[in-house]
Design a protein around this ligand. Structure first.
Ligand SMILES: O=C(O)C1=C[C@@H](OP(=O)(O)O)[C@@H](O)[C@H](O)C1
Ligand SMILES: C=C(OP(=O)(O)O)C(=O)O
Length: 425
């Protein structure tokens, strides 16, 4: 979908959608607990739908899902046939008898459920779209080599098969915290105790703490032993619980950024004491509202980068360094490159380092044609930028917001944002 955004000030109030990270976590725990849980305010984004689908396919083999091959409309028939044959071969080669789980583009779904599928069903095949299957899985693959778990990736399908045995799991903490979360869900189901040992410092630590909080809510124990070690007692059962999901701090960050650009958005229903690491959005916003050079360490809150960058882009005459951001290259897009490329198209001054961005604030942005890189957070960043551009912004790939904030465009227009589909212009 292509939208033309006509610059206009935003004002009014908004409640950001339910937290994506909490929704994944409570949904998985509730499914593992069997009937009887109540989850208030569950998100309904594409990523959460993927986790819902995967859990029901894992727990109820009768609900098998078969993929629809999405192909360009104008693909010649021979090419279409060859493409379908390749997918069929990949489906067989990755374990024809294993449950097939559709993860869409959700890294959380895939990485949380790989160990869960091993523990529950001795394995599964995971179907990914977009960039998902190019995102790193090495920490799992290294563990699987060591522990004799079989894995194979063909095309966009990853098959894993084997026994997840209790014991010591050693993995790096600086690739993605999602591997640790996945193990934390599965290891309590094994007959004996396990330990997770981190071989590097942990980035995105709050996400692991959110996992521990979710496990505790469903009666499952796991805890830090020391800075780089977690203990996970075996032989546990998930118990039904009633939980409520908070508003999402990562998404609230876009509205904070909008305010930094002179809009007047009243952001409602945020929990300032949340375990969501992205509650840093409020403190980082304060820092960016002061003058002088600002350094922002995003090792614990990678998802905030696009919104911090757009706010920084308009700190006229001031410099902002966004540092410790290497893992941003492994998200739905290479987010460091995408932020630089798209903001620069609108007249921002952004340079890229291997794990950082340096932004020299300007006093105005121009309009222009920009692209989301099929990345929800880049689309939302550009929508915020458009409120302060001197001319219209035409955004391709605007539908990518469905991954985490399906009502984003409704909220944006309710606040006074002006959008028109390109064909309507
Ligand atoms: O556990 C989670 O819910 C998430 C962890 C983070 O990933 P990394 O640990 O890979 O940084 C974050 O970027 C992602 O959007 C959600
Ligand atoms: C990277 C993200 O999510 P995931 O890793 O779950 O795909 C995100 O929401 O920005």
């Amino acid at each position: 979908m292509t939208l033309t955004l006509t610059p206009h000030k935003l004002s009014g109030s908004v409640t950001p959608p339910p937290s994506k990270s909490q929704s994944h976590r409570y949904l998985i725990a509730a499914a593992l607990a069997g009937a009887g849980s109540v989850i208030h305010n569950l998100a309904d984004s594409q990523d959460i739908q993927a986790t819902r689908h995967c859990m029901s396919a894992l727990l109820d083999a009768g609900k098998a899902w078969w993929p629809l091959f999405e192909v360009p409309k104008d693909m010649p028939p021979e090419e279409l046939k060859a493409c379908q044959a390749r997918q069929e071969r990949a489906l067989q080669a990755t374990g024809g008898d294993l449950p097939l789980l559709f993860c869409g583009e959700s890294g959380s779904t895939l990485r949380f459920l790989i160990p869960v599928a091993l523990a529950l069903r001795g394995g599964a095949r995971f179907w990914g779209e977009g960039r998902l299957m190019e995102r790193p899985q090495k920490p799992y693959f290294d563990l699987f080599e060591e522990k004799g778990v079989y894995y194979r990736q063909r095309e966009n399908i990853l098959g894993v098969r084997g026994v997840l045995a209790p014991g010591e799991y050693r993995l790096p903490g600086d690739v993605s915290s999602q591997f640790i979360t996945g193990l934390l869900y599965a290891l309590p189901l094994l007959e004996d105790d396990s330990k997770i040992m981190l071989t590097t410092d942990l980035e995105s630590r709050n996400y692991v703490d959110m996992t521990l909080e979710a496990l505790a809510a469903f009666g499952v124990k796991a805890d830090w032993l020391e800075d780089r070690a977690l203990v996970v007692p075996g032989g546990q059962t998930y118990r039904p619980a009633e939980v409520a999901i908070e508003a999402d701090w990562s998404q609230a960050g876009f509205w904070y950024a909008a305010n930094g650009l002179g809009n007047e958005v009243d952001i409602k229903n945020m929990n300032p004491r949340s375990t969501q690491g992205d509650r840093r959005a409020a403190a980082y916003y304060e820092k960016l509202c002061q003058s002088g050079t600002v350094d922002l360490d995003v090792s614990q809150c990678p998802d905030l980068v696009p919104e911090l960058a757009v706010h920084a882009a308009l700190r006229a005459g001031q410099t902002t360094h966004i540092v410790n951001a290497a893992r941003l290259r492994m998200k739905e897009s290479d987010r460091l490159a995408a932020v630089r490329e798209e903001l620069c198209k609108l007249g921002a001054r952004v340079t890229e380092g291997p794990d950082s961005l340096t932004i020299q604030g300007v006093d105005a942005l121009t309009g222009g044609r920009v692209d989301s890189h099929n990345d929800h957070r880049i689309a939302m960043m550009l929508a915020v930028a458009a409120t302060r551009c001197s001319g219209p912004v035409t955004l391709t790939g605007a539908e990518s917001v469905r991954k985490s904030y399906p009502n984003f465009w409704e909220d944006y227009t309710a606040l006074g944002g002006r959008t028109a589909r390109e064909e309507d212009v």
